[in-house]
Design a protein around this ligand. Sequence first.
Ligand code: C5P
Length: 310
Amino acid sequence: MSPLPPASVRVRAPGKINVFLEVGDVQDDGYHELATAFQAVSLYEEIVATPADDITMQVSARGPVDIDGVPTDDRNLAVRAARLLAQTAGVDRGVHLAVRKAVPVAGGMGGGSADAAAALVACDALWGLGMPTGELARLAARLGADVPFALLGGTAVGTGRGDELSPALARGRFDWVLVPNERGMSTPVVYGELDAHRERHAVDIGPAPRDPAVDPDVLHALRQGDARMLAATLRNDLQAPALHLRPELARVLERGESSGALAGIVSGSGPTLAFLAADESAALDLQITLSAAGLVALHVHGPVSGARVV
Ligand code: C5P
């Protein structure tokens, strides 16, 4: 007799920070070739999956997250993930996904990608599929460029669209203070702004890098667990276009850097800002200082594991 399927499955999946992101040229499929180093951080999306006739979902906020405008139909990546898994595995069962969001919506931290990764892991367990990790990763890449990393977690290098991953060694822990923004930003708009910026300033800044690659100094800093070294090598090619679209973010970056952060960076396509602190107590001090200035400031650490049943 086969074991009874679980009555419900709870999964959590982390948000990410790109500690390095070099963006190359746009390809025929509309995606940019890139090289990035990701770190998964302790800000988690949580999904509880329960059996249902159809594939449905609901969204709620965990902390200061604005979930207005998050679709709960087929436009949502978590619903698409469940559907893709059901089709691939030939499952005709449904699921209800209760998603609790802590990662900023359209914030550049891969929250939607984390939801998709969590949905894959939750449905795989609820439906008793036991799908091999490699197969789940292949489905993840079809859902979005950042979904494979939300499955894997830890620290990793991403190439291609960002979905071809190799794990990177990282020692110890890095402490970050995140400052989310009330208004999200559209990832394609920020990439488009980068292209426009490169075209406008072609004479000064030259063409997009032909073969994007992660700076070896970044990998060295991660291997050493050295926050100061990492701070000196943080880089994000999407930062300039994000700041161009939201000039007011520059002031917040300066604020964090003059309040004790080793360095600040726009996370992914923004607008969330990530400040690297020297250690846990420096991060707490920074969080207090920024909160006192009226900003929402969240202390997280990385690396943490990818989407897991809890
Ligand atoms: O894969 P995902 O849905 O997260 O990507 C969102 C959008 O971001 C893409 O449609 C594309 O416009 C842009 N993008 C890109 N190059 C990448 C990743 C994303 O241009 N490598």
